[in-house]
Design a protein around this ligand. Structure first.
Ligand SMILES: [Zn+2]
Ligand SMILES: [Zn+2]
Ligand SMILES: [Zn+2]
Length: 265
C-alpha cells in the first residue's frame, strides 16, 4: 500500500493569489501547497482521495493513467471541484468509476454536478461525461475497496462532517476540528497518521490549528504523523524544526510506503 499526497494546502492554496508574503514567495518547493487530495494504492487498484481543483495537474505530475475508485471526504469546493477531470478515465477506459460518498453528502454533491449525476442527462454525440456510480459509506462501518478493508472516520467540520478513513496502519483525517471518541477508537494503533492543521495559534471554528493537531496526534500516538491542509502562515522549513518528534509537515508529492491494507481492522 502506498499513499501519495497530491496537494497539502488549505482551500486558498499556497501561494495565495496576490500575496507576496515570505511563504508565498518562498523558493522552497515544499512551500507550494495545492488544494488537498491523495492517491492510495491498494492491493487491487488505485483509490483517489478527493478531486481538488488542481486534479488534472496532479494526475499529470504523478503520471497517473488509471483510477479505480474515488473517495470523497466532503463537498467543500477545495476537495470536490476537480471532479470533471475524472472524465478522461471514463472516456479512455469506457468504464464507470465508483465513488464512495457518505449519505449525508450525496445530495449536495449530486446537485453541484447535475450533468454528471442526473440519469436523464443527454450526452450530445462527440461530447463526454465523467461516469460515476455512487456507493455509500457510514461512520465506523468497514467497506471492502480494491482488496483492502477501509473504515470510514467522520470528524466534525463546522456544520458538516468530513469522512477520513483507516486503511491498515494508515489513518487519514482531513478537514476536522476534533477527533471524537469513536474516531480515536478506529485510529487506535495506526502507525502513520495524516491530519489537517492550518497555522499556529488563533483557533479556527472548523479546522485544527497546529497546537490542536499536535494534541490530537499525540492522543492517537502514531509512529509518524504528517500535517496537511497547511496555510501560507507557516514556512515548511521552520515548521519542520518546531514540531515535536514524530510529527512533520507533509508536502505535495510526498509518497509513503505502508504495510498492506488487506485484513485491517
Ligand atoms: Zn479543505
Ligand atoms: Zn502569502
Ligand atoms: Zn472542508
Amino acid at each position: 500500500m502506498k499513499l501519495t499526497l497530491l496537494g497539502t494546502g488549505t482551500s486558498f492554496g499556497v501561494p495565495v493569489v496576490g500575496c507576496d508574503c515570505r511563504v508565498c514567495t518562498s523558493e522552497d518547493p515544499r512551500d507550494r501547497r495545492d488544494r488537498s487530495g491523495a492517491l492510495l494504492d491498494l492491493p487491487e487498484g488505485r483509490l483517489l482521495i478527493d478531486t481538488p481543483p488542481e486534479l488534472r495537474l496532479h494526475l499529470l505530475r504523478e503520471k497517473v493513467d488509471r483510477i479505480d475508485g474515488v473517495w470523497l471526504t466532503h463537498p467543500h469546493a477545495d476537495h470536490l471541484h476537480g471532479l470533471d477531470d475524472l472524465r478522461v478515465f471514463s472516456t479512455r477506459h469506457r468504464s464507470t468509476i465508483t465513488a464512495w460518498i457518505a449519505d449525508a453528502h450525496r445530495d449536495v454533491i449530486e446537485r453541484r454536478f447535475p450533468y454528471v449525476f442526473d440519469e436523464g442527462t443527454e450526452v450530445p454525440v462527440g461530447t463526454t461525461l465523467p461516469r460515476i456510480e455512487v456507493r455509500s459509506i457510514e461512520d465506523g462501518r468497514p467497506v471492502d475497496i480494491l482488496g483492502a478493508r477501509i473504515v470510514p472516520i467522520a470528524v466534525p467540520h463546522g456544520s458538516t462532517r468530513s469522512y477520513g478513513f483507516r486503511a491498515g496502519s494508515l489513518g487519514y483525517v482531513t478537514d476536522g476540528k476534533s477527533l471524537p471518541p469513536e474516531a480515536l477508537e478506529i485510529l487506535a494503533g495506526v502507525d502513520t497518521l495524516v491530519i489537517n492543521a492550518l497555522w499556529w495559534g488563533n483557533p479556527h471554528p472548523t479546522h485544527f490549528n497546529i497546537e490542536e493537531a499536535i494534541h490530537a496526534a499525540q492522543r492517537v500516538g502514531a509512529r509518524e504523523t504528517w500535517l496537511v491542509h497547511l496555510t501560507h502562515r507557516v514556512l515548511h522549513a521552520e515548521l519542520e524544526n518546531d514540531l515535536p518528534d514524530g510529527i512533520r509537515p507533509a508536502w505535495d508529492g510526498l509518497s509513503l510506503e505502508l504495510p498492506d491494507g488487506a485484513g485491517a481492522t
